[in-house]
Design a protein around this ligand. Structure first.
Ligand code: KG4
Ligand code: ZN
Length: 336
């Protein structure tokens, strides 16, 4: 069965609440602010913070009602403490602390990236570490060795832009709107991925990535020829990203000797990435696992699932748990 946990997520531009029982989702409500931020071409922190305040109560109500759960039935309340926008995190954490106090339920702080990682457990309840995880979101690009629940070793990360950020910036250069990932994917579907040869970024550590040169190369091509075929450019960009990431996970699996890869974060929704990885997995008899599309981008079911696992291990936070804007996954301690 597993513990019954309410999860709350407000680290960026989605106000989300969900109830899970262990690795089973009873409800998952996400109020997206994408429409609000679209006209600014990206997330505006102050707008995000204000919107969370407006949405949080009704999102919580919906999640509890849809799950058919009473407050008394909950074992714990899990909430994202960071990394993220501090003003945005504050709403979710304040709600979680208040509810924890009011209903006498333990508060479990969750690292947002750990949440993304646990989105995979919701799709594959029998999955257990060790495995390698590729976290690809708007804020992160990390290759992580997961030795056990809560035991992480980051092998590499981005030296500059996160991969989702690269999608968003390139989409902006091409006037495709926000968020960039789905827009580029759509345009790229009609393009030739081999039309433009783009740089893959130079890094010292073979598990690290660098996307700023790739973005600049796209900008230069657009400047030189504003009439160029945008579908071909989008496809070439997307293909190059998939190649860069395939190279990193191949190196990480060979290095660790592990045979299972979990891909998580918003960019794991990308179709070309999924196809490229499926091909790589097949040639090497590796097992690659992606979360379902509905759980790739930010949601609270993944936070509740990660919280359930932390609760099971007795890693409960106090009411003075602190929000953080940055912190590596390897050695964070959310129990104080
Ligand atoms: O994990 P997420 O929802 O939020 C963060 O924690 O950052 O990831 C959002 C990122 C955005 O940069 C968005 O452009 C990207 O994920 N994304 C995609 C796709 N869907 C979302 N990138 C490529 N292809 C997609 N289909
Ligand atoms: Zn995220």
């Amino acid at each position: 069965m597993g513990p019954r946990v309410l999860g709350i997520e407000t680290s960026c531009d989605e106000t989300a609440a969900a109830v899970v029982v262990g690795r089973r989702v009873l409800s998952s409500v996400v109020a997206s602010q994408i429409d609000l931020h679209q006209r600014f071409g990206g997330v505006v922190p102050e707008v995000a913070a204000r919107e969370h305040v407006l949405s949080i109560n009704s999102v919580l109500d919906q999640a509890m009602t849809q799950a058919g759960t009473d407050w008394a039935d909950l074992d714990a309340i899990a909430v994202t403490l960071g990394p993220g926008l501090v003003g945005a995190l504050l709403t979710g954490v304040t709600a979680a602390k208040t509810l924890s106090l009011l209903h006498g339920k333990p508060l479990v702080g969750v690292h947002h990236l750990e949440g993304h990682l646990y989105s995979t457990f919701l799709a594959e309840p029998d999955l257990e570490p060790p495995f390698v995880c590729l976290l690809v979101s708007g804020g992160h690009t990390s290759v992580v060795r997961v030795d056990d629940h809560g035991v992480y070793k980051t092998l590499g990360q981005t030296r500059d832009d996160a991969v989702g950020e690269a999608f968003d910036k390139v989409a902006r250069l091409m006037a495709l709107g926000y968020p960039g990932g789905p827009a580029i994917q759509q345009l790229a579907a009609q393009g030739d991925p081999h039309r433009y040869i783009l740089p893959r970024g130079t890094v010292e550590n073979r598990f690290d990535t660098s996307f700023s040169g790739l973005k600049t190369a796209v900008a230069r091509l657009l400047q030189k020829d504003p009439q160029l075929d945008r579908a071909d450019l989008a496809a070439s960009f997307e293909w190059t990203v998939a190649e860069i990431l395939a190279q990193r996970v191949q190196a990480a699996l060979e290095h660790t000797g592990l045979t299972t890869l979990v891909v998580a974060g918003g960019v794991s929704a990308n179709r070309r990435l999924r196809e490229r990885f499926a091909q790589l997995a097949q040639t090497r008899s590796w097992r690659f696992i992606f979360p379902p599309l509905s759980l790739c981008t930010d949601n609270a079911a993944m936070i509740a699932c990660a919280g359930a696992e932390r609760w099971r291990r007795g890693q409960v936070s106090g009411l003075n748990a602190q929000i953080f804007s940055r912190c590596s996954l390897d050695n964070y301690d959310l129990t104080t």
